[in-house]
Design a protein around this ligand. Structure first.
Ligand SMILES: [Zn+2]
Length: 368
């Protein structure tokens, strides 16, 4: 069995975004409780390792020193003339108490995961609190203050590894793409709802990288109502051939689950079944796999889907009925979806046609 580690403890959701913000700390607590209710860490070769705070030098592998200090000062309640310069303010990126501690700990969690892989102490490490793929070098964006994935990838690059980054969140992984846009040591592949319909408005097929990094940035924009069949088809067309050609030392995968049909912020139509297929595909591609969390804003979807992810990672099959201790807390009281979104034939066809044209453009541009 693969040696599988979950990076977590209760400090990860003790603070966090303020009440009313979509990135509720409770989504992490719910996942933790569901995994424990299933006895998900009783299996051989599974364990939990706590996160640690990162040093400033570690944050500075991706972020500017100025930005790190700005986040620290805002977090302490120091008044600054223009927090909007760093994209803090009302709405997506509010300043909140102990923001530095809570958000930097998510970077530390991803670093712990990366180090377990680098030291060959794990085959799979899942930092479910992370996946903050919109953060910029010197600005917050899309609920993301620090980019845990970008920092963890830099940590691997420092040891000479080459990394394939696969992002299945409903939003384009613009922060990670930008971090390595000129870098041929990192292949980034993002599947997401098209920027014509959803934040951040980027992630089109012609964003292919620059300079030495040309050809190592890949985007598959999808039409609203893309379902399991079309998403998995597009994934199979693009990811195995490109990742096999790239031959990375590790795969870093962002497992945002906001492409689920119940998600209130997006318009894709995946089910838990589709996600489980995608997790299996990534597992097959990745001899070493650092998984991070990501988006997901429906209370029932996040813990159920990440529990399924942990099952794939650690080779366990959990019963579809939720354990009695937690069953009444979730609707439906089972791991997999009981219902799906009813789509019209037109909606399915439009989404499949859009995916086919995106895949064709990529095959032409990247010769695979
Ligand atoms: Zn998202």
């Amino acid at each position: 069995m693969p040696r599988t580690v979950l990076i977590g403890d209760k400090t990860l959701w003790a603070g966090g975004h303020p009440p009313g913000h979509p990135l509720r700390p409770g989504r992490l607590r719910d996942t933790w409780e569901m995994l424990h209710a299933y006895g998900a860490f009783d299996a051989p070769d599974t364990r939990i390792v706590p996160p640690r705070p990162p040093t400033d030098d570690e944050l500075a592998m991706f972020h500017t020193r100025e930005y790190i200090n700005v986040v620290r000062r805002l977090s302490r309640g120091e008044l600054m003339a223009n927090p909007t310069r760093y994209n803090f303010g009302e709405g997506d990126n509010p300043v909140f108490e102990e923001m530095f501690e809570s958000e930097s700990l998510k970077v530390g969690a991803a670093l712990v995961a990366a180090e377990l892989l680098l030291r060959d102490e794990a085959d799979v490490a899942f930092s479910f609190a992370g996946g903050l793929h919109h953060a910029g070098r010197d600005f917050a964006s899309g609920f993301c203050v620090f980019g845990d994935g970008a920092v963890a990838i830099h940590r691997m690059l420092a040891e000479g590894w080459r990394v394939a980054y696969i992002d299945i969140d409903a939003h384009h992984g613009d922060g990670v793409q930008a971090a390595f846009y000129n870098d041929p040591r990192v292949l980034t592949i993002s599947f997401h709802e098209s920027g014509h319909y959803l934040f951040p408005g980027t992630g089109f097929t012609d964003e292919l990288g620059e300079g030495d990094g040309r050809g190592f940035s890949v985007n598959v924009p999808l039409f609203p109502y893309t379902d399991d069949k079309t998403f998995v088809w597009a994934f199979d067309q693009v990811v195995p051939p490109l990742v096999e050609r790239f031959a990375p030392d590790a795969v870093v995968a962002q497992l945002g689950v906001d492409a689920h049909w119940r998600d209130p912020l997006t318009h894709l139509a995946l089910t838990t079944y589709g996600f489980e297929v995608l997790f299996r595909r990534i597992r097959q591609l990745a001899p070493r796999w650092l998984a991070v969390g990501g988006g997901g804003y429906d209370r029932a979807v996040v813990p159920r889907t990440w529990t399924l992810a942990w099952g794939v990672m650690s080779g366990q099959t959990f019963s579809n009925d939720l354990p009695k201790a937690i069953a009444s807390d979730f609707d439906p009281p089972c791991l997999h979806d009981e219902t799906v979104l009813a789509l019209t034939d037109d909606q399915r066809q439009q989404a499949q046609t859009a995916a086919e044209s995106a895949v064709a453009e990529l095959k032409e541009a990247l010769d695979f």
